[in-house]
Design a binder for this molecule. Structure first.
Ligand code: CA
Length: 229
């Protein structure tokens, strides 16, 4: 199982070193950045599962960094470490796209627990098999199963289901799904291709089994039931 990849953005060298050592011992793969601009480059380019972000940074502050990552469509979960303790600061961090925060000084054990919770919530799986109840998708063998039944998916259907299953319980917006699964720009008239493929998927993974794993969030997108429907 590959380790979850953490981008640790922290300019206090002693803390950064201690956290890096601890997280590595706890099975995370860790990259560090000590200033905001370096972190922005890494966050844009790197395939991280979670970002641990100090707010007071040289180069580019943590709040701006977070906002710029979100503006660029990077949806890696962000846990903010902040010495600021006012409610307003915490709210601005969350509003700018952070997923969670811890106030310094914090307990290392709590940090690790929060990271695991974030990774679970955002559907990061350390293996290649995604599951939602009795629905499984094996990225390595490209197999989809509902219980004991094998389900034959086209590559496009597979990619769409993989996207939904990679973040169970969360809304996947139509725009995001189109960007992820169809790697060309679709005009508005073509964008119902997503609805069409959702209906293909439902006919394969839900209807024959009397289930409803794929929910519609009206005019927003789709959400996969973490229990498999
Ligand atoms: Ca700092």
């Amino acid at each position: 199982m590959p380790a979850a990849r953490v981008l640790l953005v922290e300019d206090e060298a002693v803390l950064a070193t201690a956290l890096t050592d601890g997280l590595k011992q706890d099975g995370f793969a860790v990259e560090t950045a000590a200033d905001g601009l370096a972190a922005l480059d890494l966050g844009m380019a790197g395939p991280f599962d979670v970002i641990v972000l100090d707010l007071m940074l040289p180069g580019l502050g943590g709040l701006d960094l977070c906002a710029r990552l979100r503006d660029a469509g990077v949806d890696t979960p962000v846990l903010v470490l902040t010495a600021r303790t006012t409610e307003r600061d915490q709210l601005s961090a969350l509003r700018l796209g952070a997923d969670d925060y811890l106030t310094k000084p914090f307990s290392y054990r709590i940090l690790v627990a929060r990271l695991h919770a974030l990774l679970r919530r955002t559907g990061v799986r350390r293996g290649t098999v995604l599951t939602a109840g009795d629905l499984t998708l094996d990225r390595a063998s490209r197999r989809c199963r509902r219980g004991e039944a094998d389900i034959d998916l086209t590559p496009r259907e597979f990619s769409l289901l993989e996207l939904l299953m990679s973040r169970p319980g969360q809304v996947v917006s139509k725009r995001h799904a189109l960007d992820e699964v169809w790697d060309f720009a679709l005009s508005d008239t073509e964008s119902n291709v997503l609805e069409v493929y959702i209906s293909y998927l439902r006919r394969k993974i839900d209807l024959p089994f009397g289930r409803t794993a794929i929910g519609t969030v009206r005019s927003v997108g789709y959400r996969l039931d973490p229990d498999g429907g």
